[in-house]
Design a protein around this ligand. Structure first.
Ligand code: SAM
Length: 247
């Protein structure tokens, strides 16, 4: 594994005293399928260390997703109302704020994560929600942009949340979704891809951009570190809801 390697450009700058091995041990638990309640208890426990741990992993998804959305967003960024789904401690809103966005609502299943996000005082509204199991607590066509970053993967948020993301987006609004493309997540990724394509074929949204990222984050197990690579890969999808779709 790649302990001691330089951080790739754009990775979070916070320092951390935790070793890569410690973080790998902890994080590998999240990628193994457990029941949703157990998963959220894991996140409750991880919340206080989450940001320093993802720094050790060179996790770049929040800044990559924020840049991707900012590069295509049309209209006034300062007036845009953004829904950050699976917001965690608020890294995505932080990155969006650095790019001029300022109105955020957040959803997450973990009370521990939500409490950390609340302390950042970035979100006008934060709600607890079991994603994929219940409707999102939001009106249809409400948000100018909806993001879900670092949470669509095997053992985390099921793909059944995706039509809900589309429902709460304004006609003509943007959606940004990420997933990992490492071996253990390939089945999930192919299911997700089918659903994304199906929604496009039905004329509900159009693909704006797909950004493949080789160095998504450091691998958390030997199994994931295929071919001696220290990093696993990921992908960012950017869609625009069809302006004439009114749900
Ligand atoms: C890896 S973190 C990503 C957080 C943030 N988006 C980021 O990029 O830093 C995944 C988040 O998804 C939340 N989560 C995972 N499964 C969930 C579920 N089924 N329902 C609600 N939240 C869930 C966790 O509580 C956690 O905050």
């Amino acid at each position: 594994m790649g302990a001691g390697k330089d951080r790739p450009p754009g990775a979070m700058a916070a320092s951390s005293s935790r070793s890569l091995a410690e973080v790998q041990r902890r994080v590998s638990a999240v990628h193994h399928g457990t029941d949703p309640e157990e998963q959220l208890r894991f996140y409750d426990g991880w919340a206080p260390d989450y940001e320093q741990d993802v720094t050790v992993l060179h996790y770049q998804a929040p800044q990559l997703a924020a840049s991707c959305l900012a590069s295509v967003f049309q209209g006034s960024i300062a007036d845009a109302l953004v829904l950050d789904v699976a917001c965690g401690t608020g890294l995505v809103a932080q990155e969006l704020q650095a790019r001029g966005f300022c109105c955020f609502h957040g959803l997450d299943g973990s009370h521990g994560m939500l409490e950390l996000a609340r302390r950042k005082e970035l979100y006008q509204e934060l709600k607890q929600c079991m994603l994929g199991q219940e409707a999102l607590p939001a009106s249809s066509g409400f948000y100018d942009a909806v993001l879900i970053v670092g949470a669509l993967s095997e053992g985390q948020v099921p793909t059944s949340v995706i039509p809900e993301l589309l429902r709460v987006t304004k006609p003509g609004g943007f959606l940004c979704l990420t997933t990992r493309t490492n071996q253990s997540n390939l089945w999930y990724k192919s299911q997700m891809q089918q659903l994304l394509d199906d929604l496009e074929q039905r004329g509900l949204w159009e693909k704006v951009k797909v950004q493949e990222v080789k160095q998504w984050e450091r691998a958390t197990s030997e199994q994931e570190a295929q071919g001696g690579a220290d990093y696993i890969s990921g992908v960012i999808y950017l869609y625009r809801k069809t302006p004439s779709v009114s749900f």
